[in-house]
Design a protein around this ligand. Structure first.
Ligand code: NAP
Length: 302
């Protein structure tokens, strides 16, 4: 059997088209567009390329995109003052502080300074609490887990009553996606198990999974024989395992591998995400969706 491919690149296009259409409608009816500011401190090359992609996506969607680049030696107090300025700016609905921050800055203090109602990344403790409560309380689900859930739903995979096993318990992927899948409601209502380095029988748990979500950051951790035939496999892992020359650009690019051995796993799973081109493209997409949502909350139309 060859699994159905769940392609993040295709789902991203579907969602971005939906957002674009909604932005146009809201602009016509309410004269407002979503405003997103990205604060970048310093010149980390990985951050710059990620931010560039965010800007490009926001422009395509007709957002008011503000790029605020600051020097690496920006004092923490000045960064906090900047966040305060955007917290009070009515044209801004989403504030994003690009991580990692320089060492002299307390990351937690900075993220907690963002108004929870503009925290489109969903990392503020208030939004983590809202996610835990679930239902109407949720304002901004964190972007990567939201992307994972969206992929499962759009692939037509039944979640109600499904055994979901999540490998990894990080605050940005494992814990939030586990929490989202156990909520009572559409696209969830699953029975969830979270496994980690303290788990005794990793293989046994994975073998039970109707939906296996792997976010460990260990290339090839999940063996093909651990996959239940017909299961939906979401591979969140992005691991650099070498370099190659791009056929398109002739430049050196990273060879990326997931946490699941894709070539063998696709012969067993019912559906599976590739790496790259799977979960990866979903994160920025869901950030845009959260920013649009923030404007809708403000307009009272969410
Ligand atoms: P993380 O913070 O390093 O957490 C990894 C988790 O996996 C931890 O809970 C760890 O367990 C668990 N783990 C590691 N090795 C394990 C093993 N041998 N057996 C069982 N559990 C194991 O990583 P993360 O931030 O969640 O990211 C995970 C992966 O997803 C990375 O490859 C990352 O690049 C990728 N990622 C992709 C996207 C995207 O595509 N948009 C977004 C975020 C992350 P302990 O808690 O016991 O240490």
């Amino acid at each position: 059997m060859t699994a159905k491919l769940i392609k993040g690149t295709e789902i991203r296009e579907e969602i971005l088209n939906e957002i674009e259409a909604e932005v146009k409608q809201i602009k016509e009816k309410h004269g407002a567009v979503p405003g997103l500011v990205t604060i970048l401190v310093g010149e980390n090359p990985a951050s710059i390329s990620y931010v560039t992609l965010k800007i490009k996506t926001a422009h395509r969607l007709g957002f008011n995109e503000v790029q605020d680049s600051q020097p690496a030696d920006l004092p923490e107090a000045d960064l906090l003052a900047l966040i305060d300025k955007y917290n009070k700016d009515d044209s801004i609905h989403g504030i994003l502080v690009q991580l990692p921050l320089p060492k002299h800055v307390d990351e937690k203090k900075v993220l907690n300074a963002i108004d929870p109602d503009k925290d489109v990344d969903g990392f503020h403790p208030v939004n983590v609490g809202r996610l835990m409560i679930g239902g109407d309380e949720v304002k901004f689900p964190p972007c990567t887990p939201a992307g994972i859930q969206e992929m499962i739903v759009r692939a037509g995979v039944e979640t109600k009553g499904a055994e979901v096993v999540v490998v990894g318990r990080s605050n940005i992927v494992g814990k939030p996606i586990a929490n989202m899948m156990l909520q009572k409601g559409p696209g969830a209502n699953s029975t969830v198990t979270v496994v980690h380095t303290g788990t005794k029988d990793l293989e046994g748990h994975c073998k039970r999974a109707d939906i296996l979500i792997v976010a460990a950051g260990v290339p090839g951790l999940v063996k093909p024989e651990w996959i239940k035939p017909g299961a939906c496999v979401i591979d969140v892992g992005v691991n650099r395992v070498g370099e190659k020359i791009s056929e398109k650009t002739g430049k050196k690019i990273a060879i990326l591998k997931g946490d699941v051995d894709f070539d063998e796993a696709k012969e067993i799973a019912g559906s599976i995400t590739p790496v790259p081109g799977g979960v990866g493209p979903m994160t920025i997409t869901m950030l845009m969706k959260n920013t649009l949502k923030s404007l809708k909350f403000k307009l009272g139309i969410a």
